[in-house]
Design a binder for this molecule. Sequence first.
Ligand code: WT7
Length: 652
Amino acid sequence: MSDNSLPFDEKYCPSTATISSGQKRKEDWEKSIKNPQEYWSEKAKAIDWFKPFSKVLDDSNPPFYQWFPDGELNISYNALDRHMKGVRKNKLAYIWEGEMGEVKTYTYYQLYREVNKLAKVFKDYGIKKGDRIAVFLPVIPELPITLLATARVGGVHTVVFSGFSAEALADRVNDCGARILVTADGSFRRGKPVGIKDNADRALPNMPNVEKVIVVKRTGQPIQMKEGRDVWYADALASAGANAYVEPESMKSCDPLFILYTSGTTGKPKGVQHGTGGYLVWAYWTLKWAFNPTDEDIYWCVADIGWITGHTYNVYAPLSLGITAFLFEGTPDYPAQDRWWEMIERHGVSILYGTPTAVRMFMKFGEQWATKHDLSSLRLLGSVGEPINPEAWKWYYRVIGKEKLPIIDTWWQTETGGFMISPAAGIELTPLKPGSATLPLPSVNADIFDEKGQSVQPGTKGVVVIKSPWPGMLQTIWKDPERFKQTYFGKFPGLYYSGDFAIRDPDGYFWFLGRADEVLKVAGHRIGTTELESALVAHPAVSEAAVMGKEDAVKGEVPVAFVVLRSGFQPSEELRAELVKHVRVAIGPIATPEAVVFVNKLPKTRSGKIMRRLLKAVLSGAPLGDTSTIEDEGSIEDIKATYNDLRKQLSK
Ligand code: WT7
């Protein structure tokens, strides 16, 4: 999408929404910015505090902001115990459906009992406030149970997406020094069991801190269990006793709740650290503002709990609001391409929070898969993870929403903890524009800057910055406060740098245009090009590598690797396949390069920097622009020729 082709003027007002002036939303936003103390002291009352806070924000040591610094609370208490007193006790917290179609439900009471049992196990293993617990699980009920049990005993969880490799797991677990690993024998993918414990087993010899491994039996496939270290989840819970109760730890608002690793511009993933009070208040309010879920809703956020979307919007926000959430283990097109629509009909899902990649995939499958189902239970649709192109937006609006349902396109990041820029059905629904995430939520002081740090005019592309702290913001990067300061507050001193390009239109609506840094969004997954490059150069045949994003009609973008071989190695189909496999083993299948292009050399500037812009142009077929700084004009021709060759080979 070229920048000046954005359909700024196209406005949609779903037939179920009343046309609004945007005045209420504007007033709410202004109030939050003018007087954050007053605004948040009121909002934070929605949460149960063991010890009330006397101060909303301590900003004496920026950028290490402290929200509700002297307040104390426990998140599992807010998600569970406080619902034990009222009508929500016996209401469904989760409806879970596995890949093979099996369904399990948990009332708030049942979930509370399970969490207490696992919390007791953690206590028995000697877990204390601040200890880290690593989680390597597919989307099964034991995943949220583990997070809540960790929070209950004051531990800090770090979830590693179950599709990551053994190497990626070990890197993350070692960085945070987890004492316990909770994992599963495997999970189901397209009807077949795939191993998870075997991956963990490959990592465990390199994870010396891990004392205990708790293993959920999901598939029943044969696995190794190491005597004394590995224990079955069911056995551990049985030993805790059926009526186990563990007093929730009173946590300081700024005690860490979790670490979640995410890709940045260097090879080493960042351990994004979120706290307790500010994060929970933000999770609660952002879900209420954007989707306004009620007791009548069945809310489905499709994200895996291995990512931030699942943390905030499959666990902490819905449970603290006391609503019913649907969880799904598996694949959108198994056993057939209508799996989502069939499940929505059968369970009566009313809020669907999906992704642009999924929408584009369904467009490809054809609308008949959706239209043969009764989707009338739906009342709101959401989108997250990458910019949604207007075409996909309109398909979603027309085919799934029947031109009646608002599309809530939420822009945010692992670092922001929750939604930042989004339509707000729970405050006031302003007219929507296909492809725009619309306006900043309360307390989000967003602006768009040029390279020099000046706010740009409407219609001009720049990078998104956030000019004031908000409760859900990350606290730091685990064990690396310097990197935290540099990465987020170094580019424009004191202001949060998002790394995203956007344009604001004359109505103040934000249009996101992808990353401004060397981070890719592949099917909504965040992947650092440097991580891929490091994985490639670790292979004995590779001397240099450069990885670029190439536009893709379904996944948004896909990684393409340009590789220079060491002398003695020849390009071949076998080597290409081996390098692709090597990346999958080093990082995981989500990082699979779409193509590996062998080249004699990479285009570099006179100072030796790889000219990424030129490589990108080769991929997109765009004009190359200024090549005056290139060392050897020949090399770009070489790359072009090789790439064209490869395209030909692929299309055969
Ligand atoms: C990056 C953050 C946010 C939770 C899931 C991903 C991109 C995310 C949108 C959106 C345009 C979006 C941005 C952002 N992104 N949502 N609605 N419109 N871009 O979290 O892995 O930390 O990735 O995802 O580029 O920086 P994440």
